[in-house]
Design a protein around this ligand. Structure first.
Ligand code: C2O
Ligand code: CU
Ligand code: CU
Length: 518
């Protein structure tokens, strides 16, 4: 169905995409000029038939007619990077953060012609930014006005398991609940929130549900620097401007849309004036970000769980797999206008997919200023003691024609996620060494709830490497046939999930359950 709407109230310039109400139907001009030409460069991320060919898999093509996608020229680009909108704290008590997140479908005008229905937290894409301090008590009421159950998972935060949005703790359609937790001292960092219901995460994320969560410290060694937030998400629109369903390719490889958004904006214009601290989130469903920030010195200062010991200068693009975060300090080496690019990264996608292209993510306006001296010491990263227990996990992929969502199963230790099965048990406070083997042909990452781990080593093609610096991580990548060794300590009892954070794989069951016992 073609439609063309007239919007009287264009999306506000702040806070990414915000629902607008004044929508009136106007004419019925054809939109064929916006239909994607599958042979053009703009469309090489589309689900063309050839994505599925030569797979030697003889899979059923039902439910998977290739969808025509909107041309990437149909959305405007080059507006200034929107700032994320803060979730309002309604508490008047010091040290208490109290607020409401309301999930519901909203119509957002992307252009005067294109209005798209998203599922959003408080009507915003991305969801509102939550900012608290270490030690704060957080109390968030969540109202679910979707037509399906959901949970809110506070990705990376060290909080009790019954407040962490496990799939077992669903908020029914039309229901609500309160999440309540205290932010532990020493955990300042860059986190986020997203749904974690059973079987629904992929759809709820690709329809727009995700938001940022920043924990600040009262003694922040970089507090004097200007700070920016780059929240990357991915949007796949059909030629009618509707959010596309997942194709078979999306289920297999992890969904990638034709639009990469930063703070809800497509190819925004970002100004970097002198040394700037940037918090970066990869909130894409399946896309690997491999960010090239040209003509700048780029220093990594924090990973998923907060600061590393000292700034670490990057000499290659910053790879962030889905759900990973980083904080960098960007120091322009000249005054210039350049592109922020995603450098093609081959993650071993299945099917005959074209090579990964480099993608322009944004226009960067750099201004060189007098040099800034970064502190040499940021934080003492906790060192975990000797491991007293060991665990091992193996990722595998197997074909299963009875699985309609892509015909593949993604397994951990040969099993699919089962909400009623405990796969592993840990003793509270035990330091453990986990060995995770990716016995498959594509990259998958590993994420676990309830703790930040420290990578000990990796082994790929017989070559063993150890990290150059100690970093707190809750998500890290595994190349095909790579072996990863981590050290981890769970300091709160209860049930915790671990999974690949390509959300299609997670939703298909590439997830296990750990019970932490006192
Ligand atoms: Cu970001 Cu189990 O999730
Ligand atoms: Cu998580
Ligand atoms: Cu995966």
């Amino acid at each position: 169905m073609k439609r063309r709407n007239f919007i009287m109230n264009i999306t506000a310039a702040v806070g990414g995409l915000i629902a607008t109400k004044a929508i009136a139907k106007l004419d019925n001009s054809p939109m064929s000029d916006m239909v994607c030409d599958v042979k053009s460069d703009n469309c090489d991320k589309g689900d063309n038939m050839h994505d599925h060919m030569n797979m030697n898999m003889n899979m059923k093509m039902n439910n998977n007619m290739p969808q025509k996608l909107l041309s990437t020229t149909a959305l405007p680009h080059g507006k200034n990077l929107p700032e994320l909108t803060n979730l309002k704290n309604t508490s008047t008590q010091a040290g208490v953060f109290e607020a409401t997140l309301h999930l519901k479908p909203v119509k957002i005008a992307l252009t005067p012609e294109i209005t798209t229905e998203f599922w959003a937290y408080n009507g915003m894409i991305p969801g509102p930014k939550i900012e608290v301090f270490e030690g704060d008590h957080v109390k968030i009421t969540v109202k679910n006005d979707l037509s399906q159950p959901t949970t809110v998972h506070w990705h990376g935060l060290l909080i009790p398991s019954d407040q962490d949005g496990n799939p077992q703790d669903a908020i029914p359609a039309g229901g609500s609940r309160v999440y309540e937790f205290t932010i532990p001292e020493g955990t300042a960092g860059t986190y986020w929130y997203h749904p974690h219901g059973h079987n629904t995460v992929a759809e709820q994320v690709f329809r727009g549900l995700a938001g940022t969560f920043i924990v600040r410290s009262k003694n922040d060694p970089l507090a004097s620097l200007p700070e920016q937030h780059w929240f990357f998400s991915d949007l796949k629109l059909t030629e009618n401007g509707e959010i596309a369903e997942n194709s078979m390719t999306d289920w297999m490889n992890g969904r990638e849309g034709q639009f990469v958004l930063i703070n809800g904006a497509y190819q925004p214009n970002i100004k970097v004036e002198g040394a700037t601290r940037v918090r970066i989130w990869n909130a894409c469903s399946g896309r690997y970000l491999n960010l090239s920030i040209p003509d700048c010195d780029v220093f990594l200062v924090a990973t998923d769980g907060g600061f590393i010991t000292e700034p670490h200068q990057l000499n290659k693009p910053l790879l962030l797999t889905p759900a990973e975060r980083a904080e960098v300090v960007i120091v322009p080496k000249k005054t210039a206008s350049l592109y922020l690019q995603n450098i093609g990264y081959d993650r071993g996608k299945m099917g005959n997919v074209p090579p990964e292209p480099n993608i322009i993510l944004s226009q960067l306006q750099l201004t060189q200023t007098a040099s800034t001296v970064l502190p040499t010491h940021l934080k003492q990263v906790p060192i975990l003691g000797k491991a007293v227990a060991k665990k091992s996990l193996e990722y595998t992929e197997v074909m299963d024609k009875s699985e309609p969502r892509g015909g593949m199963l993604f397994l951990i230790n040969g099993k699919r996620h089962d909400m009623s099965r405990i796969d592993l048990e840990s003793k509270l406070h035990d330091v453990e060494e986990w060995t995770i083997v990716n016995n498959s042909h594509m990259d998958h990452n590993f994420h676990i709830h309830g703790a930040q781990f420290i990578v000990q080593s990796r082994e790929l093609n017989g070559t063993k490497t150890t990290p150059e610096f100690v970093a707190l991580k809750d998500t890290t990548n595994l190349r095909p046939h790579e072996t990863l060794v981590i050290k981890i300590q769970q300091n709160m009892p209860g049930l915790r999930m671990y999974h690949c954070h390509i959300v299609e794989h997670e939703t298909l069951g590439m997830m296990g359950q750990l019970m932490v016992k006192e």
